[in-house]
Write a protein that binds this ligand. Sequence first.
Ligand code: MYA
Ligand code: JJ1
Length: 390
Amino acid sequence: DHAFWETQPVGQLKPELDKSGPEGPIDDPMTVDEVKKEGYHLPPSFEWCTCDVTDKKVNDEVFELLDNNYVEDDDAMFRFQYSREFLKWVLQPPGYVKDWHLGVRVVGTGKLVAFITGVPAKLSVKGKKLDLAEINFLCIHKKLRSKRLAPMLIREITRRINLSGIWQAAYTAGVVLPKPIGTARYWHRSLNVKKLVEIGFTHLHSRMTMSQTIKFFRLDKKPATPGIRPMEDKDVPAVTALLNNYLKKFAVAPVFDEEETRHHLSMRDGVVYSYVVEDPDKPGKITDFVSFYSLPSTVIQSSGGHSTLRAAYSYYNVAGKADLTRLMEDALILARQKDFDVFNCLDLMDNAQFLKDLKFGIGDGNLQYYLYNWRLHNKLGPGDIGLVLT
Ligand code: MYA
Ligand code: JJ1
């Protein structure tokens, strides 16, 4: 039963509730004039706030709420620890709207107890270009769970986004809600297998010792692709063209202009890492691109001196001249050089091509993809998804 989601313009899990119609918007069109101008009511002890993540104090409050209360794996062993710098990065893309960084505070004390964010993006969905919001960081303090606060956050952020004339959204979650447009699986490639075993992230294969396992996951010291180097600002036009040309083959994918490429895909130490391949025979010619972002997790039952898992997550990759498997092997090497413990990857885009060859193992987590107020008739396969949300 989904008392809230059954009231929303999304696909329904129960076939008898799922309204049929053409692919496209589910709700009748609306105008900004028809959108409620005041905020929804919260229980009297709570109030809405807009969170300015450039304000050091607010950034700390958001960091702390998420650090203690955000997403965990199924066995509550690891919890995402988005860094302060990461939050500033992902919440301020070109055209971001401050009002879409929504918090809930306790009246009197001012304590931040809930959060949800939207950022503007352009998505191509089966050839139609949609200006929509990407929703992320829905989080409610552990002490306030199961009180139906999440539907209030979702309704209020929807209202704030509608006030900008935006009627669609994209989001992902680990849980199944009405109704996934596609499902991806997480795969994991050990970089520091000794630590991963010590913290319970992975286990030794039976009949394999630790030293055999370390040898099995060993990587070359340096990337092998001739001309691979960190992305620079001068690469933005070439990377934008390479990326948009590659992403057009997927049913759902972002469309980046140069400003957005600069924002999402420039090197930022400790946050996002991007590399291009510059053709050694044709200086200035960019043929390939790889990127990953840093998202550590807190080790919840920290024992044996490891309090954080340093994880790199595959972001956008385009193989041109190089073969995708060789390019991703270089990404593993570069992540190892940056001292990441594990390289995580979803089985979407063309990733299924290299996961097994590069010794990734399947994880226990799924990632469900959703669209708000946009009907699709058929569920997408992971290979049709070209969108990675941070
Ligand atoms: S996904 C990450 C979500 N965050 C976490 O998992 C962190 C840890 N968990 C928590 O903080 C809480 O458990 C949350 C739920 C906040 C998740 N997405 O208040 P409740 C439904 C959407 O009593 P709580 C991400 O950030 C649930 O099915 N709905 O529950 C993307 C039930 O509805 P129904 C969810 O556990 C977020 C209702 O909430 C989720 O205290 C995209 C219960 O509310 C979930 N992950 O709080 C949001 N989990 O009865 C949607 C549970 O119908 C955006 N629920 O089953 C939609 C587009 C909006 C913009 C539109 C613009 C046009
Ligand atoms: O990280 C994840 N799983 C790990 C740790 C599992 C710990 C026990 N539950 C995992 N490790 C095993 C890997 C190993 C590979 C080689 C072979 C042997 C096994 O599987 C999982 C993903 O797999 N992560 C999560 O569950 C975190 C939540 C994911 C959903 C995120 C939703 C966020 C949406 C916000 O927009």
